[in-house]
Design a protein around this ligand. Structure first.
Ligand code: BGC
Length: 763
């Protein structure tokens, strides 16, 4: 019997060559299509799958043993191994490298009854082995082409290591710099966030998912994880419909429309319902309203966590609630593999729900070409050739330079002259070859980033000397994904050396900020200032030499009001990946003119958080002679640096802002931009609107267009933006999309405080 089945299934698989002309069923709502030939194959497969095998497809295990080593004999690993052989595993995460992947795939394909291939997932967040800038940094480029390319390279390198699927992009919108995961996303704005999200999905998935250079993407975390209370990791989310529809959903909706293959739900509860068990999110919105045809994976163990949330009394109930809500695959909580069979057998869960989940999972496996060739991503020679390719490094350098944001440049301290300058480099991060890789770099080697010191050493016209000044992290403490970083808050014993170096130098480049492991998952902070003794070091150095270029390395917005007031030049350099030091040196020496713009507001102090540009006006927005207006007694409402802000070594002016209503709910905006400075430069021209009165109040400004342009000195260019219903409308509290008549203000300029303005009225 077993043989007969295998033959049947083999035939079914062999006939599944990808046919691009076979996309017949399309939904009128959007461009989502299903391949009917694939659906027929899934039908046949579902017919012969046992209940256990269906559940197996919905189960994902973490990579658990050296797959090329001895077979585990005892304990949890042995049990997982047995499950794999029984066809009770549909996917694995954290397994990587062709040898490992191949060994496990071989078990799935050759030893299980149906031979259904596994899908291998991994957190390819900003590069795989060749680490690119952290996503927040890349987002500061506002350069969708290079963002897409970065994801494309990451996909190619990961695919060469046998992987088929990344748990990226993280497209949560957030406003709280305390949250460590702000480093992983596209910033605070839903419009920019959605554009970046789509670029990343295209980059990972390409036009042909079955190519051995592309991998399936995963939009995460659905939904509202970015709104956890007080920025504390895994905390509760309680937000209204307006924020949910207008701020949280847009990037998710856009990537669903763009054909992202998978979604991941979230650790948080949303208004009392854990996202993992939220039927409204997963079934109503995602699968019904947005017609999403891929599958939803839980977050790590989040089905099991329904018990801790106080939503399910035990693992069995958790499995029931999650599957009913539309979570198709269980990441590492074993709830499905342990409980789903009996839940179906006793009639609590309808088997049709499993069929739907399995169909979605198999669909993605078919689209990846895994049925056609389960080893299509497993070519060792290709792995060797592709890993760390020169081109990846060149692109990583390009995007690193484009991610840098120049925040201040008094008296043109920057760029630094290339000859005859005595440069002091100070700060532990300046010589750190790991922190610039940031968090989420599981496959990368420690110490593979070019440090700032190394970047500077490539320019030999100046004397360049380095002094640490102080440790950022207490020496000899363990630093890993699972440990807290122990920051040095007391030891200033090495200040002296740095001060004497600063004294005899012309320019002091101080590289300060956060350790690479101070942001990322479970890295919330209750302060957002310079950690440890760095502020003290900065102020001491300033006393002996005021010519400071402060280079910030950080995974979140930091508050540094003292530096803004005193230090003449400030450069936001995030965590820029492998080419970090080269990128920073090239920008500081003027070989690259910076053009990055902040994708997140930088607050003056933590007390202002959450601080974001697209807030509401309130009933008392301005001072009217007394204290009764919306403000703080001890702080202004203004940010340190606003969203969209960033300077260049040249200057740009904006004029001739024309706004015309050209059709029903269609507006054309044009503006002239001139490079008024002395060097060629790039500018991100930004368009904001404000709907003055609406049935649901609108933010004081909303980004609705941007364009990256390059201009020679004295060159001008007129650019045009088009506003359509999509940009002019909003969701009301019933989730209905409305475009309302009335007056709108338009603002165009180089940041969210742009003051060139005009108006239009929709009839
Ligand atoms: C994170 C996810 C990630 C998963 C797998 C979880 O802790 O929240 O974003 O994809 O782990 O590593």
């Amino acid at each position: 019997m077993r043989k007969i089945l295998l033959i049947f299934v083999t035939i079914a698989f062999c006939s599944c060559k990808k046919s691009n002309t076979n996309y017949q069923t399309s939904d009128a709502m959007n461009n989502i299509t299903v391949d009917t030939s694939i659906e027929r194959k899934i039908d046949s497969l579902l017919k012969i799958m046992t209940l256990e095998e269906k559940v197996g497809q919905m189960n994902q295990y973490n990579g658990f043993w050296d797959a090329t080593g001895p077979v585990p004999k005892k304990g949890n690993q042995a049990e997982k191994y047995e499950d794999l052989k029984k066809g009770l595993v549909g996917s694995m995460l954290n397994v990587r490298g062709v040898k490992q992947v191949k060994a496990l795939q071989k078990i799935a394909v050759e030893e299980t009854r149906l031979g259904i291939p596994l899908i291998f997932g991994f957190d390819v967040i900003h590069g795989f082995k060749t680490i690119a800038p952290i996503p927040l940094a890349e987002s500061a480029s506002w350069d969708l082409e290079i963002i897409e390319k970065s994801a494309k390279n990451a996909a190619e390198e990961a695919a060469a290591a046998g992987l088929n699927w990344t748990f990226a992009p993280m497209i949560d919108i957030y406003r709280d710099a305390r949250w460590g995961r702000v480093m992983e996303g596209g910033g605070e704005d839903p419009y920019l966030g959605a554009k970046i999200a789509v670029a990343r999905v295209h980059g990972f998935q390409g036009d042909d998912l079955s190519s051995s250079k592309t991998i399936a993407a995963c939009a995460k975390h659905f939904a509202a994880y970015g709104f956890i209370e007080s920025g504390r990791e895994y905390n509760t989310v309680d937000i209204g419909t307006s924020t949910l529809y207008n701020t949280v959903f847009p990037p998710f909706k856009e990537v669903a429309d763009a054909g992202v293959k998978t979604f991941m739900n979230a650790f948080n509860e949303l208004n009392g319902i854990p996202a993992t068990a939220d039927t409204f999110l997963q079934r109503e919105i995602l699968k019904k309203d947005w017609n999403f045809k891929g599958f939803v994976i839980s977050d790590w163990g989040s089905i099991g966590e329904l018990v801790s949330h106080g939503y399910a009394k035990d693992l069995k109930k958790a499995a029931e609630l999650a599957v009913k809500a539309g979570s198709d695959m269980d990441m590492e909580s074993s709830a499905y593999v342990e409980e789903l069979v009996s839940l179906v057998e006793e009639g609590t869960v309808d088997e049709k729900l499993l069929d739907d989940a399995v169909r979605r999972i198999l669909r993605v496996k078919y689209e990846l070409g895994l049925f056609e060739d389960p080893y299509r991503y497993c070519n060792e020679q290709n792995e060797q050739e592709v890993t760390g390719k020169k081109q990846f490094h060149e692109d990583a350098l390009d995007i690193a330079k484009k991610s840098i944001v120049l925040l201040k440049n008094e008296n043109d301290l920057l760029p630094i002259k290339k000859q005859g300058v005595k440069v002091a480099i100070i700060g532990a991060l300046a010589n750190d070859k790991t922190s610039p890789l940031g968090n989420w770099r599981l496959a990368a080697k420690e110490g593979t980033a070019i440090s700032v010191v190394e970047g500077f050493q490539k320019y030999d016209g100046n004397s360049v000397n380095y002094a640490k000044g102080a440790d950022l992290v207490i020496p000899n403490t363990e630093i890993s994904m699972v440990q807290e970083v122990q920051v040095n808050t007391t030891d200033t014993s090495e200040f002296g050396e740095a001060l004497s170096l600063a004294k005899k130098s012309d320019v002091v480049v101080m590289v300060l900020g956060e350790h690479g492991m101070q942001s990322g998952e479970a890295r919330s902070r209750s302060t957002i200032d310079l950690p440890g003794v760095q502020q003290q070091l900065l102020e001491e150095v300033y006393k002996v030499n005021k010519n400071i270029v402060l280079v910030l390395m950080n995974g979140r917005p930091l508050a540094f009001p003292w530096a803004k007031e005193h230090v003449p030049a400030i450069v936001e350099a995030w965590q820029l990946g492998v080419e970090s030091g080269n990128a920073i040196a090239q920008v500081l020496y003027g070989d690259y003119n910076p053009s990055g713009k902040l994708p997140m507001t930088f607050p003056k102090s933590l007390g202002q958080v959450p601080l974001y540009y697209n807030h509401k006006n309130t009933g008392r927005p301005v001072r009217d002679g007394n204290v009764f207006w919306s403000h703080y007694s001890d702080e202004t409402n203004e940010p340190l640096y606003p969203f969209g802000y960033g300077l260049s070594y040249t200057q740009f002016s904006y004029d001739n802002l024309n706004v015309n209503v050209v059709g029903e709910n269609e507006v054309q905006v044009s503006v002239k931009i001139t490079n008024t400075g002395k060097v060629k430069g790039k500018e991100v021209a930004q368009l904001y609107i404000h709907d003055e009165y609406a049935s649901v109040t609108r933010p004081i400004r909303e980004l609705k267009g941007f364009e990256l342009i390059e201009l020679e000195p004295r060159e001008s260019k007129t650019i045009e933006f088009k506003l359509t219903e999509k940009e002019l409308g909003f969701y009301n509290n019933k989730g209905e999309f409305l475009v309302e008549p009335g007056k709108f203000n338009v603002f165009v300029g180089g940041d969210s405080k742009a003051d060139l303005t005009n108006t239009f009225t929709l009839k």
